[in-house]
Design a protein around this ligand. Structure first.
Ligand code: A2P
Length: 331
């Protein structure tokens, strides 16, 4: 485990507005667009939509920055007769909004459709009827013209740095974790002061090709800009050479020497991860194996004598911490 990471100071993040609208007194937005954003359209087994909400005239207008989240409160009550809690969604819209004036925000909700499974002691072991996620299904079902209660913004670290061109970027996503990277790529490449000159890599993980999200957008960015690179990690389909499907971390590993290692060991590299928590653990192990530690992550002494391939999740949770060049939003 050699540490071959160049030491440097961290990125400087912008000041952002937070909690201008709280769940106690949400404001009302209006849905102005809702469309399927899966590459396979209705051929995919998932249901994921791109939903745009007009928040003009509210305190949210002009105050939602790429990388932040906003809240949606579904109407009605939960099983205990209490109003539904706020659900946070990553912004998929750029800092200037979908309209260029900060009046329209967007997000990428995915329907949750499952069977009940016992979660805790005392739950009915025999129960397995249909379970529908409350807020994601509500948000996916909203139609153009519908009113929706919104809050926010929240989040102050999962942001682009102030000086875009001082850094190169690796964005890793699984599923709807791609939402903030659509926002950030729009900020980087569709900026009124010109497209970034930085190297930008998006690595997007989905089960099948049909589940890729905003694929047209990323393909067209790659066509237009030599410094934008779009990599897909499709886990349940064989590769062209017949080998097995890949996770995001495996794509990073495969292209480490030629691409990702160069960015991670330069003093310009920043990496962002959004999606399943399993991706974070996989990346921790890969980075440790490749000698990428500080300033991306610190490994406590408790793990120093255990080979990284043997680390379990609990150990990684306790003894590894992302540092100033690794931005993480996982669930
Ligand atoms: P799989 O489900 O084949 O194991 P979605 O959110 O659309 O379900 O996509 C999540 C994607 O992330 C899937 O391709 C899933 O693969 C993949 N995935 C699951 N676990 C990990 C992990 N530990 N690291 C990276 N990707 C993962």
């Amino acid at each position: 485990m050699a540490d071959n990471t160049t030491k440097s100071t961290g990125p400087i993040f912008p000041e952002v507005k937070m909690n201008l609208v709280t769940p106690k007194s949400p404001v009302v937005g209006t849905v102005v667009k809702s469309e399927v954003c899966l590459k396979g359209g209705r051929k995919s087994a998932s249901f994921v939509r791109h939903v745009e909400i007009d928040i003009s005239g509210t305190p949210l207008e002009g105050n939602c920055r790429a990388g932040q989240s906003f809240g949606v409160i579904a109407p009605g009550e939960d099983a205990n007769g209490k109003p539904h809690k706020v659900r946070l969604y990553s912004l998929a819209s750029p800092t200037c909004g979908e309209d260029g004036e900060g009046k329209i925000i967007a997000t990428t909700p995915k329907r949750v459709i499952d069977e009940y499974t016992p979660q805790k002691e005392g739950d009915d072991e025999a129960r397995h009827d249909l379970f529908l996620g409350v807020c994601s299904n509500y948000t996916c079902s909203l139609k153009v013209g519908d009113k929706v209660q919104v809050t926010g913004p929240s989040g102050k670290r999962f942001l682009l740095p102030v000086e875009h061109n001082k850094h190169d970027y690796i964005f890793m996503a699984t599923g709807t974790g791609i939402a903030p990277f659509r926002s950030m790529c729009k900020d980087l490449f569709e900026n009124p002061s010109g497209a970034t000159t930085s190297q930008v890599h998006v690595v997007m993980g989905t089960p099948y090709t049909t589940d890729l999200l905003y694929d047209d957008f990323f393909v067209s960015l790659a066509d237009k800009h030599d410094n934008f690179h779009y990599h897909t990690a499709v886990s349940r389909e064989r590769q062209a050479d017949g080998s097995r499907g890949l996770y995001v971390g495996q794509v990073i590993d495969k292209k480490f020497d030629d691409v990702f290692g160069k960015i991670l060991t330069s003093d310009r590299g920043l990496m962002y991860m959004c999606g399943l928590i399993g991706m974070q653990f996989g990346v921790y192990q890969l980075f440790a194996e490749r000698g990428i530690t500080d300033p991306y992550m610190t490994i406590k002494d408790e793990l120093k004598d255990i080979p990284c391939s043997e680390w379990n999740r609990e150990q990684m949770r306790r003894y590894i911490k992302p540092t100033h060049r690794m931005m993480v939003e996982v669930y």
